[in-house]
Design a binder for this molecule. Sequence first.
Ligand SMILES: NC(=O)c1ccc[n+]([C@@H]2O[C@H](COP(=O)([O-])OP(=O)(O)OC[C@H]3O[C@@H](n4cnc5c(N)ncnc54)[C@H](O)[C@@H]3O)[C@@H](O)[C@H]2O)c1
Length: 383
Amino acid sequence: MYRLPMVLVAGLSDRTTSVNPTDFIGFHPGAGQITIREDVNNMEIFITGGAGFIGSNLADHHLGRGDRVTILDNLSRRGSDCNLEWLAERHGDNLRFVRADIRDYEALRGALPPNAARVYHMAGQVAVTTSVTDPRDDFEINALGTFNVVEAVRAVAPEAILFYASTNKVYGGMEDIRTAESKDRHRFLDFPDGIPESYPLDFHSPYGCSKGCGDQYVRDYSRTYGLRTVVMRQSCIYGTRQLGVEDQGWVAHFCIAARYGRPITIYGDGRQVRDVLWIDDLVAAYGSAAERIDIASGQIYNLGGGPDNTMSIWAEFGPILSQLAGRDIPVARADWRVGDQRVFVSDIHKAERELGWRPRVSVRDGIERLWRWVGDNPQLFHP
Ligand SMILES: NC(=O)c1ccc[n+]([C@@H]2O[C@H](COP(=O)([O-])OP(=O)(O)OC[C@H]3O[C@@H](n4cnc5c(N)ncnc54)[C@H](O)[C@@H]3O)[C@@H](O)[C@H]2O)c1
């Protein structure tokens, strides 16, 4: 097993600092003169929530390019330690891990390399359901935690490009939007290209409020303080290293449950439509935004599969999974969940136009890749 260079900065329970200097192996972020190097190898990268699904894929991408990556994560997401172990085994010394909580400003500030070229803020309370049962926790992690991140960047690494993983939930439940339904899916009547960034904000659910708060802080720190920030309003992202559960990460959750015979509950009528984006396409979008930061700075982009990459969550997804599994997949049914949109499809024209980016992995291809990965990694799902 690889021994990860690790700085345990603060635990949630005791708030003490324990740093073992011998764990720094030839990697001293921020030592010496500060130079920001963008679009060359050996960049300094800082990722909050880097042990999670999206964060670990971003880390893998950068480490594979020869960049140096610091991950700050409190490992609260079940299985995130496995993602970290996977990264450490693949990449070794260019990875540094700080176990800390984004609610702890001093820990965050201390971990952020002053010469960071990019900061990806991915840490978060990620489930709408949990936000409803524990709204204070949700607020403190997503709203206050994001405020801590923008403040830390302003104080320590003001030259860095700061990316924030926002969400389509900032547009709310969209109850007033006209939709039509057919046998297998709901669809927009008036937005054939999907929902653009100019659509009115209408935070719905504590998660929508806390993520939306972060979304607006990150955007405003570009206006007010001149930071180079980019807000990505992500739709459903799916892919390898996604340890989906019922409350979050539904594409992976359904694949895992179908593959290993676990229960699946469909809330609502199962014809809710989502645009889905394969993780590599998301990572590519972040890269394109960094390359075009003169245009992207201070901007907000909807990132999703767009109208060409949609499916209904069970009426269409279920048959694909049945085909892959070679059997019928039984499901239980339950009422609609709070804030659940009948349809959400991102209008991705702005990202296409300004970032020169578009999704490349089709829904079918992505699901097959995810299905294979889930099957190839049973140890992740039978702890
Ligand atoms: N996956 C999606 O489809 C999707 C869609 C829209 C937005 N997002 C946003 O993207 C970000 C990443 O999502 P993901 O799917 O990778 O989730 P994830 O749960 O896999 O990763 C989040 C990581 O943050 C860590 N974390 C949680 N609370 C923390 C805290 N207080 N301090 C430090 N670390 C903490 C977790 O341990 C985990 O490793 C989140 O902010 C989420 O809201 C995700």
